[in-house]
Design a protein. Structure first.
Length: 114
């Protein structure tokens, strides 16, 4: 029996959500938007001693049905982060979200890399 194409990303995203909830990483969080496991909202809090200290940035994460073999689309929402690797629309220029994407990366890796 052939597995439906959305089952692999569904299981992976459910597992990643549990890991994030149990992990307790300071300064990052991400949760599905309502009932849509393929669209998440993430937050990153600026680190101490940086120009972003005390600021919280909201991100939109959209996962393709090919996840984890295809990278999610991640943008700042709204496009509020002033950084040379973020364009005026909130798109992030980060190699692991583009040509360097690997299935070993996950939501936690993405948020910590940003």
């Amino acid at each position: 029996m052939t597995e439906l194409p959305w089952r692999v990303p569904l299981r992976r995203l459910q597992s990643e959500l549990m890991s994030l909830m149990m992990g307790g990483d300071a300064g990052i969080s991400a949760f599905p938007d309502g009932d849509n496991i393929f669209q998440w909202t993430g937050t990153i809090t600026g680190g101490a001693g940086t120009v972003y200290e005390g600021l919280t940035f909201k991100l939109s994460l959209k996962f393709p049905t090919g996840y984890p073999y295809e990278a999610p689309a991640v943008t700042f929402n709204p496009p509020s982060c002033f950084h040379p690797n973020v364009d005026q629309y909130g798109n992030i220029c980060l190699d692991i979200l583009k040509e360097k994407w690997s299935a070993v990366y996950n939501v936690r890796t993405i948020l910590l890399s940003i």
